[in-house]
Design a protein around this ligand. Structure first.
Ligand code: NI
Length: 227
């Protein structure tokens, strides 16, 4: 399931992030690439663990913790500290799949990548190209969102970033391990949760059908979740 999460960051928070990022030093993006993707990847990144990456990363993680849509759609167990990239002057990232296991350098922390996240930090008008193209069994999905919006997609998907031919595409990207490993199960839980929220808004508090459906949601989660 691909999921768009609008306005994870306000425009003011985006401006705050960009101020820190624009003043920081950037390095070749191949520092986080696996062997295969290193051949396809042309972009710049904030160094992992740099002061700027940590500062902006914390702002992003705080915002995500307050997003009910993110929590419901991702059911996050472990989130990798956000990374930041910039594509300009014809840079792109060819078709690849993200590494299955992502260790955090210099620590014992590592995650299985269930979901890949891209948080856009430049407005679509600021650059040409730079679409995230995600392939699944329904075909290709082209994603280019307003600054502050985020997209989640299964890390199993082949994906690429098209060439940026004008301006600069600035984004945060990271991965998470979900409590529910299987994308199909996680999608069902999300749909069920969304329906329960809608129904609960229409019914009086304590409506027996809503209570029953909520019990089913939690009992499915108990069955499928690792914690
Ligand atoms: Ni990728």
């Amino acid at each position: 399931m691909m999921l768009r999460i609008p306005a994870v960051l306000t425009k003011q928070q985006v401006a705050q992030c960009r101020q820190v990022m624009d003043a920081a030093e950037w390095v070749d993006g191949n520092v986080t690439a696996g062997h295969q993707s290193a051949l396809a990847k042309k972009n710049m990144q904030l160094p992992e663990g740099s002061v700027a990456a940590r500062q902006v990363g914390e702002l992003v993680l705080d915002a995500l913790e307050r997003s009910p849509l993110f929590i419901s759609g991702a059911l996050p167990l472990k989130v990798f500290p956000p990374l930041f990239n910039r594509y300009a002057g014809g840079e792109s990232f060819g078709n690849h799949v993200d590494n299955a296991i992502r260790p955090l350098a210099g620590s014992d922390f590592r995650i299985r990548t269930d979901l890949s996240c891209t948080l856009f930090l430049a407005e679509p008008e600021e650059y040409d190209g730079g679409e995230l193209v995600v392939e699944d069994t329904y075909g290709e999905h082209r994603v280019k969102l307003p600054a502050g919006d985020m997209v989640l997609y299964p890390s199993t998907s082949l994906h690429r970033v098209t060439e940026v031919t004008r301006g600069a595409r600035v984004a945060s990207f990271f991965w998470l391990q979900s409590m529910v490993r299987d994308d199909g199960q996680r999608s069902l839980l999300f749909q069920l949760d969304t329906s329960i929220q809608q129904l609960a808004a229409e019914k009086t508090h304590g409506d027996p059908a809503v209570v029953q459906l909520t019990a089913i949601y939690h009992n499915l989660l108990r069955r499928w979740a690792d914690s």
